[in-house]
Design a binder for this molecule. Structure first.
Ligand SMILES: C[S@@+](CC[C@H](N)C(=O)[O-])C[C@H]1O[C@@H](n2cnc3c(N)ncnc32)[C@H](O)[C@@H]1O
Length: 295
């Protein structure tokens, strides 16, 4: 507690409002605690937490402290140091998972016409292979949006070898994605022609994703900062609203790795607020936040 009060005094020197907030805190949370945790987030997940994220880190991790019966962030840091298993809960707590069906919907219009529509035309009466990766898929709304767009566009789905890889670092959201069930009001985000692929389960106000669309998607845990354990390449990669949490060098490295993982002519879709600065060899901008791997 004494530590918390000292911090309040320090914060007051620079910002009276912060001092009020610190004094009211349930757990002592010093600058050193914030910096220490920010360093773990950066080393483990590439997530760069600026000072403006201090309150967010406090509120998200307070739940972990309560669950573990700890009384200060200093104790939590020590616990995190000593218990490797806690890293998973730490990353789950600090990652931001906001997502929705058909988010930034012009990407799906482009996917439909330039990838799926062309695939369907090239493989009339014969079987084809299509691979799409949703990197940082959160709770599954993005890969399932891709799946229902595919289902609508390709009538003889069984004939083809089509898979959507959906990866995220956060095991909690991956579990939700794998269940494929969403609150009834998610339907508001889904354009009418696709609503038929989301059926009421009969259990409360819950919608389930169409079974065939679901079967196209495989959820796997993957930390984008680590080695990627797959050899194949993709026709399209979605990495949207993920790199926003990374710093410039991390983002540049990731873009180069995605470029290697795209088939020539394949597309990379990034979030609207994540435009790429500098040159990215092998990629050309072909639409709003859409890049094409040069042939
Ligand atoms: C805001 S969500 C974006 C979801 C979806 N792509 C969209 O645009 O709606 C960001 C996701 O990136 C994931 N993420 C953050 N750092 C990651 C990392 N190092 N490796 C893999 N996923 C990461 C988070 O867990 C979170 O689910």
């Amino acid at each position: 507690m004494a530590q918390g009060n000292q911090n309040s005094a320090a914060a007051f020197a620079t910002n009276g409002l912060a001092a009020v907030a610190d004094a009211d805190r349930e757990f002592a949370f010093s600058d050193a605690d914030f910096r220490g945790l920010a360093q773990v987030a950066y080393e483990q997940a590439g997530i760069a937490l600026s000072d403006s994220k201090r309150n967010l880190v406090y509120s998200r991790l307070s739940r972990r402290l309560r669950a573990l019966g700890l009384s200060s962030f200093r104790d939590y840091r020590a616990f995190l140091d000593e218990n490797l298993a806690e890293r998973e809960s730490f990353i789950n707590a600090i990652s931001t998972n906001l997502t929705k069906f058909f988010r930034e919907s012009h990407h799906f219009d482009h996917l439909r016409s330039e990838v799926i529509g062309k695939f369907a035309k090239s493989y009339i009466g014969k079987s084809g292979r299509l691979r799409i990766w949703s990197a940082g898929c959160s709770s599954g709304e993005e890969p399932y949006t891709i799946a229902v767009v595919i289902k609508k566009e390709i009538r003889d789905l069984e004939r083809h070898d089509i898979r959507i890889l959906a990866t995220d670092i956060d095991t909690e959201v991956l579990g939700r994605g794998a269940r494929g069930e969403y609150p009834g009001n998610s339907v508001d985000d889904i354009p009418r022609p696709y609503q038929e692929y989301f059926q009421a389960t009969g259990a409360g106000d819950t919608l389930a994703v169409d079974r065939q669309a679901r079967s196209l998607v495989a959820f796997k845990r993957l930390n984008l900062m680590e080695q990627w354990p797959f050899k194949g390449t993709f026709d399209a990669i979605f990495c949207r609203n993920v790199m926003i949490y990374f710093d410039g060098p991390t983002k540049a490295k990731l873009i180069a790795r995605y470029t290697e993982k795209l088939n020539p002519g394949g597309f990379l879709y990034i979030g609207h607020s994540e435009s790429l600065n500098g040159s990215h060899p092998g990629l050309s901008l072909v639409g709003r936040t859409i890049y094409r791997r040069e042939a």
